[in-house]
Design a binder for this molecule. Sequence first.
Ligand SMILES: *[C@@H]1O[C@H](CO)[C@@H](O)[C@H](O)[C@H]1NC(C)=O
Ligand SMILES: *[C@@H]1O[C@H](CO)[C@@H](O)[C@H](O)[C@H]1NC(C)=O
Ligand SMILES: *[C@@H]1O[C@H](CO)[C@@H](O)[C@H](O)[C@H]1NC(C)=O
Length: 508
Amino acid sequence: MYPRKQGPPSPPWTDDEKEKHYDYSKNKDTHFNNPYLRFGALVFVSLSLWLLVLLLWFPPKTRPIAEVGVDLVQKPQQQQNVHPHLIRTTRNPNNIKTSTAATVDTTSTSKSPFKVPTCDPSLSVYVYPLPAKFNLGLLNHCHALNLYTDMCPYVANSGLGQPHPKLGSAALWFATHQFIAEVIFHARVENHPCRTLDPTRAAIFYVPFYGGLYASSKFKEANLTARDELAFDLVDYVQSQPWWKKHKGRDHFITLGRTAWDFMRVTDGPDFGFNSLLNLPAVKNMSVLTVERQPWKGSNQHGLPYPSYFHPSTWQEMVAWQNRVRGMDRPHLFSFIGGPRKGLEKAAVRDKFIRQCGESTRCMLLKCGSGASKCHVPSEVLKVMTESQFCLQAPGDSFTRRSTFDSVLAGCIPVFSSPHTAYTQYKWFLPGDESTYSVYIDEKSDASKRIEEELLKIPKEKVTAMREKLIELIPSLTYAHPNATNLGFGDAVDVALASLAKHVQKII
Ligand SMILES: *[C@@H]1O[C@H](CO)[C@@H](O)[C@H](O)[C@H]1NC(C)=O
Ligand SMILES: *[C@@H]1O[C@H](CO)[C@@H](O)[C@H](O)[C@H]1NC(C)=O
Ligand SMILES: *[C@@H]1O[C@H](CO)[C@@H](O)[C@H](O)[C@H]1NC(C)=O
């Protein structure tokens, strides 16, 4: 069994904006010396009392506070009367239309509805100026960074990849590669308000190594010394820095856009092409942020979201998308996007899912296979997910999937069949109570044989509440545009830095 977590994660930063905002008491004395004002106040108080009496006599129907909150952020959507579904089917049947910036009144002076992160000294992050061979220099060989994919289009735009106009505005929507988080993270931290250029003031030290791109470029390297060479060079570099010695690297961290398994080669067993980065003693002293932690040996590893396709620069863009997701028609009860995996035990459940989905009239199956499959086209993926209530998330080559984060972005409730697909992975990002935002159907349970029946059992109100929870989670699972200067919400990088800073304070 995996350990249960306590409580939902509230944003790890504090919100001291609020108090400043309500401090309007400064001039009250001088105003009350004015007789006109005094008379006005008397009239006002009398009227108020009268209203109060009326109110007590005929109490209005009360509404829960949560509902009122939802109405506030929904406002922009009401101005936009065209239903998203209609736009799609009448004008552009193959595209999902998601360009929404225009639906929000960005000229208004309204305040962000999100808790906005702030910087304090415990959060100041120093970025090591690593020699280029550890990060940007690797991008010069972008054709050779991955055996299966030419990474050149994907490393462009600070790792966001190419704009994907079928999804919407070229400034917000990109065909982002699933294993590229380390590049986006680097660009975002370089522009981050909590960054310090002075290592003596830093609380955490970021080592911006593109380990995932390096790993995938060496999968075919038979000479193990050559395969591990850059990893050894990296630890030589950090250990020679004066800042390392103070805490033996415990205030240092790296981020990896690939799963931890790729960096934990074992000596007894087949060679999958992995390197030994995470086995090195110096790296074991650091914190490792990775899209998939090794659940049993990864005590210094912390889950980092996979990047999806949405990279907004302002809170208004975020609110517009959240409203959009909330209003989607969802004709499919559930969907599965994925392909079968041969001979992988943890992926056996995929065959079950694919068969059941294919047999159900309520399921939308987007099967991945060889050839021109739609399942790698971001607009096709999001189209299916925004039209479904539940999205099956079966493990594949590893426990986790980028698809989980696509489904949150689309407001499609994830259905997990292994605790290691999300629950044991992303503790800094996901609520402790898993049932508030997801469904768990164990791969070995009887329920996994009749998924449709299980999903139909969930009451409608519960489904709505779960979706609302997911929509709330979108900002903190999103990688904002790295050039954004005034986001007005906390994105995945903000959550990672704040959570890491807390963690480092505890362990040093
Ligand atoms: C961010 O801004 C810089 C400088 O203006 C620009 O060169 C770069 O392309 C921008 N990055 C992205 C992802 O748009
Ligand atoms: C393996 O790689 C190392 C480092 O690049 C090199 O020094 C060594 O000669 C190589 N060994 C073989 C057998 O090619
Ligand atoms: C890792 O931390 C331990 C305990 O503080 C220390 O003894 C060791 O030297 C550190 N390793 C490296 C490579 O700095």
